[in-house]
Design a protein around this ligand. Sequence first.
Ligand SMILES: NC(=O)c1ccc[n+]([C@@H]2O[C@H](COP(=O)([O-])OP(=O)(O)OC[C@H]3O[C@@H](n4cnc5c(N)ncnc54)[C@H](O)[C@@H]3O)[C@@H](O)[C@H]2O)c1
Length: 284
Amino acid sequence: MSQKLTIAVIGAGGKMGMRVSNNLQRSEHTVYYVENGEAGRQRTTEAGRELTEAATAVAEADVVILSVPDVALAPVSAEIVPQVRPGTVVLTLDPAAAYANLLYVREDIEYVVAHPCHPSVFLQRKTQAELDDTFGGIAAPQDVVAAIESGNAEKQAQAEEVIKLMYAPVLDVHWVTVKQLAYLEPTLVEVVACMIGDLLNEALMETVNKVGVPEPAARAMLMGHVQVALANGLRGDNPFSDACLVAMDYGREKLIKEDWKSIFDDKELDSVLKQMLHLDHIHR
Ligand SMILES: NC(=O)c1ccc[n+]([C@@H]2O[C@H](COP(=O)([O-])OP(=O)(O)OC[C@H]3O[C@@H](n4cnc5c(N)ncnc54)[C@H](O)[C@@H]3O)[C@@H](O)[C@H]2O)c1
């Protein structure tokens, strides 16, 4: 550890707040936990952590983690950021609000966004704990993608130290721009990957309910083929068979709109973020 830091977690009793707090609690740093929801306050104290008022927690903080819902980041940053010291690193966990310019503007602080990648589907898991940890942050190593607006190297290093602790075990932190991070999430991983994951489940249920295939047979067939589809499609492990390529072309024609790659246009990124953040328009 380079330097003992003071870290404040705002929203410490939420889903991510609990995860990052569980890890930060084991560090050598001084960590303050702030939570204003009743259920979240209870979860925090039940985990053996003491609650602190926001004003006290952020007054001395080197790093403030805003672990609140994206739709709350505008008011919460407007409440918290004016209270922090100059030079404080203010970490958010998702790029949407930063990209949509919803965060309270203050020139003398450092905004950083850090999003966990989750453990890779191809990770060589060795223990039961690693197998069970599909989300990451407990036992299975994951990468993190992060962005810092200012490019300040000292603050980036400080942020990286906290990022590696809060999402531990972490293999690598990849630094990109806020806009690139917004194209990773939501566009690449939520608009595409999560949607396809959900679609796979719907297709499984159609096979079971409409065609009448016994669920264990359909599930077994799908799970194995998902692995083959990902290994061949993303890693080139084996070529798809000739007949499979014909079926894949048929599937693409049936399921995919011709202009689907427009999701990688800025206008479409704004459109999906507007919907996710419940905004009328995105400020540029
Ligand atoms: N949930 C996930 O899987 C996931 C994954 C990666 C990143 N994220 C990001 O993490 C962030 C938090 O999301 P979440 O899913 O943990 O949300 P959540 O709703 O589970 O938790 C948010 C917590 O913040 C508390 N809170 C709200 N306003 C507060 C305030 N002013 N002061 C103190 N506490 C306050 C709420 O009471 C709640 O306990 C978001 O930016 C989200 O995009 C979430």
